[in-house]
Design a protein around this ligand. Structure first.
Ligand code: ATP
Length: 237
């Protein structure tokens, strides 16, 4: 089943056309990845998904419903959740308060409490320091906190904007293991990455953007073997 359908999306920032006629689909239960160089339009696509960038033309459908004009909080309530670039952890709040922010739209307090405990089981580093300020966390731990916060919003689609950026190789491994685990548990993931090799290895489908347009799309294994993509993004000659 198609969970997300982006059709012919164009987004302009004043006179700058950031996306031009972009179409892609994300199927329920898959890991989809969107790749591209800086400025290709990846973040704009995610902004259009959460409703903070307004399309000039085109449409977005989620779980069979047209969400093109739905405001951001309505999309969050539908389970469209973004882990933003740079994680946006509030370092002057405790780790637990940061997690709770993810659940701010929810009224089922008992379930939220139980899920917070499950997140602590998954991330013992966070559990030990739950009452401490988030500023005490390393970059990798902050990324885990940002993902924990997103999980508390009950995502049907979790979108991540360059989650491996700035992480040590060890944390990059842990991050991709975590994403695979969450996906096995049924979470649909849209992963925007500059770590092209890792993202292609993790994904079921891939879209490459260039200057706001879809350059190529399809099976990640085929894309990984494409000489043009290898030359541009995988560091091969
Ligand atoms: P990065 O990896 O650097 O985040 P990206 O692929 O996410 O790149 P976008 O940030 O979506 O790319 O940018 C797409 C285009 O839109 C670029 O040309 C960028 O300069 C432009 N752009 C992005 N945000 C704005 C804005 N607020 N105002 C004007 N132009 C913008």
């Amino acid at each position: 089943m198609v969970l997300l359908e982006v059709a012919d999306l164009t987004v302009d920032y004043g006179r700058v056309r950031a996306l031009s006629g972009v179409s892609l689909t994300v199927r329920d239960g898959e890991v989809a990845t969107v790749l591209g160089a800086n400025g290709a339009g990846k973040s704009t696509l995610l902004r259009a998904m959460i409703g903070t960038a307004k399309p000039t033309t085109g449409s977005l459908r989620f779980a069979g419903t047209d969400i093109t004009r739905l405001p951001t909080h309505g999309r969050l309530a539908q389970g469209i959740v973004l882990v933003p670039e740079g994680r946006r952890i509030l370092i002057s709040l405790t780790i637990e308060d940061n997690l709770r922010l993810g659940a701010h739209l929810r009224r089922d307090g008992v379930a939220v409490r139980r899920e917070i405990e499950m997140i602590y089981e998954r991330f013992p580093n966070l559990a030990e320091r739950r009452s401490m300020l988030a500023s005490c966390l390393s970059g990798g731990e902050q990324q885990m906190l940002a993902i924990g916060r997103a999980l508390l919003a009950k995502p049907r689609l979790m979108m991540l904007d360059e989650p491996s950026l700035g992480l040590s190789p060890l944390f990059v491994e842990r991050l991709f293991d975590l994403l695979a685990e969450l996906n096995r548990d049924g979470l649909t993931i849209l992963l925007v990455e500059q770590n092209t090799g890792k993202a292609l290895a993790a994904a079921d489908s891939a879209t490459v953007l260039e200057l706001g347009r879809v350059l190529m799309a399809g099976d990640p294994r085929q894309l990984a073997a494409d000489p043009a993509l290898q030359a541009a993004y995988l560091g091969a000659a």
